[in-house]
Each structure stands twice: as C-alpha cells, then as structure tokens.
Write a new protein. Structure first.
Length: 123
C-alpha cells in the first residue's frame, strides 16, 4: 500500500484520484478498503481547501465541475442514461431529479446539498 500524506498539489491530487478510481469497489474489511477510506478523506480535504464552492445555482455548479474534469454533456448523459433530459437540465428547461443529483454529485464530486438549492427555470 502506498503511504499517503496530506494532498498539497494538483499532481498529488491526480495521483490520489487515480488510485481511488482503481480501488473504489474494494471490499469492506480489506487493506484496499481502508486505503480507499483514507483517500476519500484526503481528497475531500484538498477539494474543500482548493475549491471553496462558489455561491452559484446547481446547474452552474455542474457546468463549473464539468469544465474542471473535462466532461461534456455526453459524459453526463452516459452516467444518467438520457441525453435529452441532461440537455434540458443544462439549459434550465427542466429541474434536476433526485437520481440526477445522486449521480452527478458522485461523478462531479459536488456535495449533494449544493445541488438541491432552488433555482429558476427558463420557459
């Protein structure tokens, strides 16, 4: 197991994220699961410090994080399963569903409560 320390640079962050993706399905009680839990804490701490989330509406937050990670609407649609709905949400034509909030929160590493804020739709 790699010895982990506080994440202080983008390079260390990228390595931690990469390792997390490799072991995210680790079985509870294993060394990899313990490593995963440590990585979650270290990654979260770094993200909170680095990206003190701006006061923007949930759709804008999603767009910011898509840009951070290099994701497109197609990537969100692949995660959610419906391109049309994702497009409507990103264009303020439809509200986020609970399923979308859960999936996008995980994919884009946004706290779910940041995605539940009220915002105006455009008609």
């Amino acid at each position: 197991m790699t010895q982990w320390f506080l994440i202080e640079t983008e390079a260390e962050y990228a390595i931690a994220i990469n390792r997390y993706e490799q072991i995210r399905e680790a079985e509870k009680g294993t060394e990899e699961h313990r490593e995963k839990m440590l990585l979650v804490m270290l990654i979260s701490q770094y993200e909170e410090k680095k990206w003190n989330l701006p006061e923007v509406d949930p759709v804008e937050m999603i767009k910011i994080r898509m840009e951070d990670f290099g994701y497109t609407a197609k990537d969100l649609a692949r995660e959610y399963g419906d391109k049309g709905t994702v497009s409507k949400v990103l264009n303020y034509k439809q509200a986020l569903s609970l399923t979308m909030i859960r999936k996008f929160s995980k994919l884009l590493r946004i706290p779910a409560d940041a995605l539940t804020k009220e915002y105006k739709l455009h008609h």
